[in-house]
Design a protein around this ligand. Structure first.
Ligand SMILES: [Fe+2]
Length: 562
């Protein structure tokens, strides 16, 4: 049945458009570059806090910033929201989260709520012990996990505290399909969103594609740049603020972002993973407080016990969200969890495995070039062994799709790596390529906020003996400096249509900047779980410059500061 459906689906789309949509079976593709359209600006200012889309629209006691997140299975979903007044200033007093209950009423019919579920609430503070810097304490953040839901069904819900007559208006969502050979309709993928006028354009375009799930691959609000840049962007923070021992964040930006996103996130689950802009260091060496407190993710449900990495199923797709800013070494907890998670997957039930983390391993832009080589060298073999199909990342503010690759060599069984860090944030679009004359970064550039430096000189192939290539690498199939988002539509256990949408409406019918069917070949690629020897650029070769763990330096620096 599935193959018959796909035949007609493929036939229709192949004949309806003038150019047939390619498949990965047609690859590897000759590398193609679309540079920044010179008629377009490279970026835009932040949306100001006075914008109505960022303003609170309900009384303080009422729920706002309502957001959904998938649980491990479609029988469960997380509902989160905020009540009360956040404070910012020299002196702030944390709210008492026990003063407001966390309730969700829900049912299958509008206005009829046969089920009620209670959850928990919490607050967080962002404190800076420096004269002139503003402290912040959040509103009360509520998380409730609904259980006993039917897959693929619409539910109607209200959230809030009924004892205070403070329930929200009705919202609704549709649960994801059950695992097996049911596949969710369009899944949107977006990274490095921020909250500029380009970001809002991205979200408008994303919403028009009516996704059933949103993957947000890190760097969400850029709250850590709003106040210090005045919403205009500063190309060099340390140049503008040479004496600042810590980068101050403007936490009300998170509240504005939550309000801006609510029309989408109150009806579509949004799955987040942390990026470097979520680190947000503060007093006592604390980091990631906003990310950890604001978002519910299915960590416990997926046996991870850390909100920095987790997994979940959406129909026949198993999603793995990895943390690039926590220990990813083979001896660490994340690696052990990942191995166990991969081992548990039944490909008869979830044939597709999609992994996401913030910082790309394969990237030919100058920006962040080879920045996360250490993570690649630790984890790539494991993902390859278990046949991960697609990897989504952000961090680089542009679009790039790779040919199937493993250990820097073209490989028909490697994952398809895709970078979609082009959500539209204040730092503007990346336009330079490491293979452009004079644009190869030095090995002291692109130092990650966590993890160390493992920059690699290539030991074989066209870039032998060098850090950068002289032309677009063969593993980079297509790259373009435009803002946008992607949509993945899984058709069946073998085919998934990936479409990258540029924001520029002036492209009209060409607004689909990249389209390809990603095709699984389990018969070709079924592997036993055993070590695979490296072929190119041996990770532990002499060329590797392996620095000590900057993450530990980073955290001990803050320990000393406070
Ligand atoms: Fe980033």
């Amino acid at each position: 049945m599935n193959s018959l459906f796909f035949f007609f689906f493929f036939f229709f789309f192949s004949t309806a458009s003038t150019t047939p949509i390619p498949t990965t079976l047609d690859g590897p593709f000759k590398p193609v570059t679309h540079r920044l359209d010179p008629t377009l600006r490279q970026g835009s200012d932040d949306v100001p806090m006075t914008d109505p889309r960022l303003a609170r629209k309900v009384d303080s006691i009422m729920p706002e910033q309502i957001a959904l997140a998938a649980s491990y299975s479609p029988s469960s979903i997380w509902v989160s929201w905020v009540t009360g007044d956040a404070q910012i200033g020299a002196n702030v007093t944390a709210l008492d989260p026990t003063t407001v209950a966390s309730e969700v009423w829900y049912g299958e019919e509008s206005g009829k709520y046969g089920f009620k579920q209670r959850g928990n609430s919490t607050v967080y503070s962002q404190l800076y012990p420096f004269a002139g810097l503003l402290n912040y304490t959040s509103g009360i953040i509520h998380h409730v996990r609904l259980e006993g839901l039917q897959p693929g069904k619409r539910y109607y819900y209200k959230c809030g505290d009924s004892s205070l007559s403070a329930m929200s208006k009705e919202h609704s969502f549709k649960t994801l399909p059950s695992p097996g050979h049911n596949f969710p309709p369009r899944i949107a993928v977006v990274g490095d969103l921020g909250l500029t006028r380009n970001s809002t354009s991205t979200i408008d375009h994303l919403a028009s594609n009516d996704p059933s799930l949103i993957l947000m691959v890190g760097d969400l609000t850029y709250a850590n740049q709003y106040l210090t840049t005045g919403g205009k962007g500063v190309p060099c923070y340390s140049c503008a603020f040479p004496d600042a021992p810590i980068r101050e964040t403007y936490q009300p930006r998170w509240d504005g972002w939550g309000r801006f996103m609510e029309p989408l996130t109150s009806k579509i689950p949004m799955m987040v993973i942390e990026g470097n802009h979520e680190i947000e260091p503060q007093i006592g060496g604390m980091t990631f407080q906003s990310y950890l407190t604001r978002f519910a993710v299915p960590s416990q449900e997926s046996n991870s016990n850390s909100n920095f990495y987790y997994s979940f199923n959406a129909g026949g797709v198993h999603f793995i969200m990895l943390g690039a800013y926590v220990d990813y070494n083979r001896t660490g907890a994340q690696y052990s969890w990942l191995k166990a998670d991969l081992h548990r997957i039944d490909r008869q039930v979830t044939p597709w495995v999609v992994a996401s983390w913030h910082s790309p391993w394969y990237n030919s832009y100058s920006s962040h070039y080879q920045e996360f080589e250490c993570m690649r060298q630790e984890m790539e073999e494991l993902l390859y062994q278990y046949g991960v199909d697609i990897v989504f990342s952000g961090h680089v503010h542009a679009y790039e799709r790779m040919n199937r690759v493993y250990n820097y060599s073209l490989d028909p069984c490697g994952p398809v790596y895709i970078t979609v860090g082009d959500g539209g944030n204040i730092e503007k679009i990346d336009t330079e390529f490491a293979d452009d004359p004079g644009k190869c970064p030095s090995q002291s550039d692109n130092i990650p906020e966590f993890g160390g430096v493992c920059h690699l000189n290539f030991s074989t192939g066209p870039a032998k003996g060098k850090f950068c290539w002289d032309q677009q690498p063969e593993w980079s199939a297509f790259r373009e400096s435009s803002f946008g988002h992607g949509i993945i539509e899984v058709v069946n256990a073998t085919y998934a249509l990936w479409t990258w949408h540029r924001n520029q409406d002036s492209y009209k019918e060409n607004s689909r900047g990249d389209e390809i069917y990603i095709v699984r070949q389990p018969d070709l690629c079924s592997k036993s779980v055993q070590p695979i020897t490296s072929k190119t650029g041996s990770p532990r070769s002499k060329e590797v410059l392996h620095a000590s763990f900057l993450g530990f330096i980073f955290s001990s620096l803050f320990q000393q500061l406070f």
